[in-house]
Design a protein around this ligand. Structure first.
Ligand code: FAD
Length: 465
């Protein structure tokens, strides 16, 4: 019997368990459904849409080369898929499991609609190393702290080896008129025309681009990773995040590639990869995580929403060079170095007392790797309100962070051209330079004052709680 192969967040042919399962029962009809209405406010953000457009183009070409054209559709999956399955006489719809609350609701709806005609939705593990509902603490509870989670995962041993790409994919002709990729209307439109124009200089969406990045997991990169991964001016991390986000590579492939490279830093690197699994574990067990602080007392936090402060942060005009460099790197490339994400996020939620959800929303819209689990978990971690969060009273000093991790100022000079001529010792505090650079703002709030205000807000919260 034929089946439908429903691509979602696993836009790849290698190590794709849904593809293998579908082929076992007969020919397949590969489908992608853009279903923004189901995702509501978590429909892909602007930068993700740019990525998705190009990733689908790559997937469609790879599938066509193996004899199985990709059918693009737009609308309600719970209506479209059962209809399609009925028309081609498919017994099953195979898909990689998704963990977002909206996607779980949608899968329930698809499952019920298919069941009415005796068909099945079969979900496969394609996105994570371990399914979040399978991992439990010794007390039988979900994990809320990373270290025991990562220990438990390492104790499970090596994940199975990745599955190969089938040479040919027997396919069923589509009974529906396929939508052209342009019909999905993914590329963001004015008022910001082509803000993504530099993205292609940095990224190659699709499985081939992911394989190129994966090939960068060399013994040299891994050996240097523990010491260099925090230095934003260096290319010392894998930059695999958007490829993982869209499933152009599986974490299992990443795991085995790191193991094969076999260098001293491999364990540190794999632990970072596990943060992604951990974020999904949290999202699965705490589906409110994208909107609501996991520590309930933060519901009362005295945030001071201010659109002027938020805009200065978004535009990279806070007067703190490391933060501004990060925010501009984000705008121009769709990505920001992890260390700088932490410092920039901290400035927003602590010094500026802006709700973490506002920063989360901006990252969602502008990151090519915007991922509901990792983004929400990381924002809650920085804001101090998450399950396993940095304590709120640890307030990063953006000047010291800059001096420690970008000592020569090369990262700042690259992304903030107004500061190119500032002498090295003032690069992270240009307001102290003998001739402060023209056109660059003074600090949006003085560090000591911002820190005190943040701590006072937190103390008020504790008093109340
Ligand atoms: P590497 O250092 O090469 O790590 C390898 C892989 O491990 C990454 O590709 C990523 O999939 C995973 N990983 C590493 N660190 C983390 C982490 N802290 N949490 C979860 N996964 C991790 N990551 C996203 O993928 N999507 C997001 O939307 C996202 N939002 C973030 C928001 C904030 C405020 C912060 C502080 C971090 C966020 N991160 C997010 C985590 C992290 O910054 C990125 O995963 C990392 O910078 C990606 O670069 P890389 O691929 O070179 O990472």
């Amino acid at each position: 019997t034929p089946s439908i192969l429903w691509f979602r967040q696993d836009l790849r042919l290698a190590d794709n368990p849904s593809l293998h399962a579908a082929l076992e029962s007969g020919p397949v009809l590969p489908v992608y459904v853009l279903d923004d209405a189901a995702a509501e406010e978590w429909a892909p953000g602007g930068a993700q849409r740019w990525w998705l457009h190009h990733s689908l183009a790559a997937l469609a070409a790879d599938l066509a080369a193996r004899g199985a054209p990709l059918l693009l559709l737009r609308g309600d999956a719970a209506t479209l898929l059962p209809h399609l399955a009925g028309t081609i006489g498919a017994g099953s719809v195979h898909a990689g499991r998704m963990y977002e609350p909206w996607a779980r609701r949608r899968d329930e709806a698809v499952h019920h609609a298919l069941a009415e005609t005796g068909r099945k939705l079969t979900l496969h593990s394609a996105t994570l190393l371990h399914e979040p509902h399978r991992l439990r603490t010794g007390q039988g509870k979900p994990y809320s702290v990373f270290t025991p989670f990562s220990r438990a995962v390492f104790a499970l041993g090596e994940p199975a080896p990745p599955l190969p790409v089938p040479d040919r994919i027997a396919s069923v002709a589509s009974p529906l008129d396929p939508l052209a990729l342009e019909g999905l209307d993914l590329l963001p439109r004015p008022p910001i025309p082509e803000w993504w124009s530099e993205f292609p200089d940095h990224w190659q969406p699709g499985e081939a681009g992911a394989a190129r990045r994966l090939a960068r997991l060399t013994p040299e990169l891994l050996a240097a990773y523990p010491a260099r991964r925090d230095i934003p001016g260096e290319d010392a991390t894998s930059a695999l995040s958007p490829h993982l986000r869209f499933g152009e590579v599986s974490p299992r492939q990443v795991w085995h590639a790191a193991r094969e490279a076999g260098a001293a830093g491999e364990h540190t690197f794999l632990k970072e990869v596990l943060w992604r699994d951990f974020s999904y574990h949290l999202l699965w067990h705490r589906p409110e995580m994208p909107q609501t602080a996991l520590q309930s007392k933060f519901g009362e936090f005295p945030w001071r929403p201010d659109s002027r402060l938020l805009a200065a942060w978004q535009q990279g005009r806070t007067g703190y060079p490391i933060v501004d460099a990060g925010m501009r790197q984000l705008w121009r490339t769709g990505w920001m170095h992890n260390r700088v994400r932490m410092v920039a996020a901290s400035l927003l939620v602590k010094h500026l007392l802006q709700p973490w959800q506002h920063g989360e929303a901006w990252f969602w819209d502008t990151l090519v790797d915007g991922d509901l689990a990792s983004n929400a978990a990381s924002w809650q971690w920085v804001a101090g309100c998450g399950a396993d969060a940095a304590p709120y009273f640890r307030v990063f000093n953006p000047v010291l962070q800059g001096e420690k991790f970008d000592p020569e100022g090369s990262y700042v000079r690259r992304w903030v051209p107004e500061l190119a001529g500032v002498p090295g010792r003032f690069i992270h505090k240009p307001w102290e330079a003998p001739r402060p650079p023209a056109g660059y703002p003074a600090p949006i709030v003085e560090h000591g004052r911002g820190r005190e205000r943040a701590l006072a807000a937190y103390a008020a919260l504790r008093d109340e709680g």
